[in-house]
Design a protein around this ligand. Sequence first.
Ligand code: SF4
Ligand code: SF4
Length: 442
Amino acid sequence: MKASNYNFFYDFPEEGKTLAYNSRTAALALMEKDKYDSYQKFQNENDITYLDAELIKQLKLGGFILDRDLSEIDIMKSRLLRNRYSTRQLGLTIATTLNCNLGCIYCYEKDFRNNKKMSQEVLDKIVELVMNQAKGLDSLSVCWYGGEPLLDMNVIRFLSNKFMQICEENKIEYSASIITNGYRLDRSLAEELRGFKVFMAQVTIDGPKEIHDIRRPLVGGQPTFDKILDNIKETSDVLNISLRINTDTTNKDELDDLLQLIKNSDLKEKIHIYLGHVKNSNDCYSKNSCMTTKSFTELSYEFDEKVHNNGFHSGFYSFPNLTGPYCTADSMNSMVLDPEGYIYNCWTEVGNVKDSYGSIVDESFEGNINLRLEYLLFEPFNNDKCSSCKILPVCMGGCPNSRVSGEDDRCSEYKYNLQKKLEDYATFLIKQSSMKEEHSII
Ligand code: SF4
Ligand code: SF4
């Protein structure tokens, strides 16, 4: 037996125990002090006789120890490849339009806006794509995206009806979500979306009115704050609203005022609130205004705590689960589609045809296959920086688009706050008195 390379142990004084976490298995446990001492002796002296049979069983179960000839890298690699090339799930991010009614200062799609409508041919080809896979699918998840997806509700109507019908006939689990600026999201549209199994709407507000209206005005410059907040109030009992606050150095000091304002809006316990990290994707924004991942993580942690303490849903008790693949960009059976039927790896590429790797309507289109392969064939286990990282199972090399763009600052937020997150989570579980099997006490 040998110790895992992915073990983390922290003193947990509240319980007089040691908090043990393994990032390769996502096991979390509280260890009695004497058990932890035995484990340390085993590790330091490489002598298994320090561990009794029950402790060996529990440590093995959590992946804290494993057979000497097992390679943890190989285990992770096989899991990553299995998931990456799985065809049991299909994920479609569909930009109903590349048009938008807002002119946000950091929009990474601003160079690719256009008014082109999705043609019937494209709509039919998308349906055909799902039909062709239907027999082998367990689930289909769709994210309605844009531009502003609600500017072309007819695309959502047509495709949702088809998707739901195919899924029902083939016993496929169907779910959908939408990323909208919220300006058009009134109650009747929200109810219609709900009928199309849209369970979550991500809506963005960037600060109190005077800040938000500078950052996210209508294309003509008019304010949007009041209408978006009214829409959130009107729809929060119809859809799960996830309120995103895109944050950088220029609005980070306004977050408390915004939270206070939302608190006064009778939205407690109704919405989820979190910070989004504004990045300079596609050279869309001033890099100097963007926060580093480390400082963003610190800010986000403090903010999540406040959000939680004020009675909203938050990511305060998020747990470092296993990742892999990272997102749509490094998954074989996930794709981003634009209104003309071009297929992309990543959300930030949509509309930029030189990054597209295929077309669902034009078989002669020679896409950017090299870029596709750069995403798909990446294995963080071969990367100098990632291969020795203890957070690797949780991060898997970070945002693929940042990587191919040469961005070095792409480590997981857990790189900077793992201990605090685990302590908070364990405290939460103890409060709930529900240390489940996977979060057991050794
Ligand atoms: S590559 Fe990065 S930016 Fe693109 S979809 Fe994945 S996580 Fe998002
Ligand atoms: S990107 Fe950073 S945190 Fe992620 S695996 Fe690589 S070194 Fe670790």
